[in-house]
Design a protein. Sequence first.
Length: 489
Amino acid sequence: MERPRRISRAVHVGPVQIGGGAPISVQSMTTGKTHDVEKCVAEITRLAEAGADVVRIAVPRPEDADALAEVADGSPVPVVADIHFNYKYALKAIESGVAKVRINPGNIGKAEWEREVLLAAKEKGVPIRIGVNSGSLEKDILDKYGYPQPEALFESAMRHVEVCERVGFEDLVISVKHSDVFFMIQSYRLLAERTDYPLHLGVTESGSLESGTIKSSIGIGSLLADGIGDTIRVSLSADSIHEVKVGHRILKSLRLGRPGVNIIACPTCGRLAGDLISIVEEVEAAVEKANFEKDLNVALMGCAVNGPGEAAGADLGVSLGRGRAHLFKHGEIIRTVPEDTIVEAVLETIAAWDDDPEPEEEAPAPAAEEPKHGMAAKLPGSKPKKPPTPKNETPGPAAQKARVPTRPPGAKPKKAAKPAAEKPKRSAPARPPGAKPKKAPAPAGAKPNGVPARPPGLKPKKVPAPVAKKAKKPAGSKPARPARLEVET
């Protein structure tokens, strides 16, 4: 099944493309001070190693703006400058060579200041994200709606899109983040319906690692499942490394993003045949550490109810038994191992997955010539030189109606090809042996009106009205009745 994807424009943030059908990128944000360049670059590097495609840094002070060029030069991934209140920091960021600038429409200041930023970004080819936030809407919009409703966030975003378009700047990404998951989803739906700019998804102020993960998974995941969203940031009150990990897990759950091993595990219950909980934890930790780039579903199942079926449906499956486990590959058991070696067996199988020769054996030799005869598959034992269908495809409509699949053995071609009009001679009612045609006309001829059929060659004027003699009426019957003719047999 093809997954839906909203069509959006392409925006390039350094080497990373956002929108335009590009893979969904994962972003995060540093927590340290930007002006501490060494620590800032070290934190960006850690995030990049965890899988971040783009990293945003805060620029709240002049010393942070002054450090932007050095940070951008030392970063292994594109850097986004996060600007609030002071438009001059945005201008400094553009001059420093950052890959993108985020401005907040609710606090960027006067229209002429925003216009100056846009013209500078246009000249340097630096994209801008219009980052609307439910906690910092413009006063007039908040007064109009009374609360940061989805329509309020949408109106704020589109107001500044119009400002950008008036100066010919369209290298834009838009976000409308809300702390309420339902409102966040509706805000993005409004944008998705009415614009084609790429969208940056996120639930703002989502909370701790546990609650924030749940909120972000619902909000971001719901939109991605409908094909909405081009880049994501999971906002957590936790180490930013967790933001990247959760973001990738959301993508992996929807089979989006970069390849990787997806772990499936059954819920715990009283049917568990082994210590599945420990096995799942150990496998997940080992897979994360190994950082496999193979796109595999690995199912870890704990009993005989769903175990074999779920394990067989995955790329690699494990079904626990009593002190042992079966390993399945594409539904086929490939190994049986003791329970205490399951983790090692799973990792070995994943690591050797590309070396397995099975995929080569699945391709039988010659099936390329079959389309010549219009057949989907050749029957076992059929001869390639004499396909069963071509001769039956040539007859005209009469033969097609008869639906004769094949000619009986020994039948002559001329007789089989005769028109259907000659068949009545064969299908006519059989005449008793030795009976003469004139004396014994076919009974079927007398059925339509009760009058026997006229013998062949007899002229109509010589046929008397009652034809009792021809029908051999029994003696003693009355000659004729005025009202009707009767033939008794």
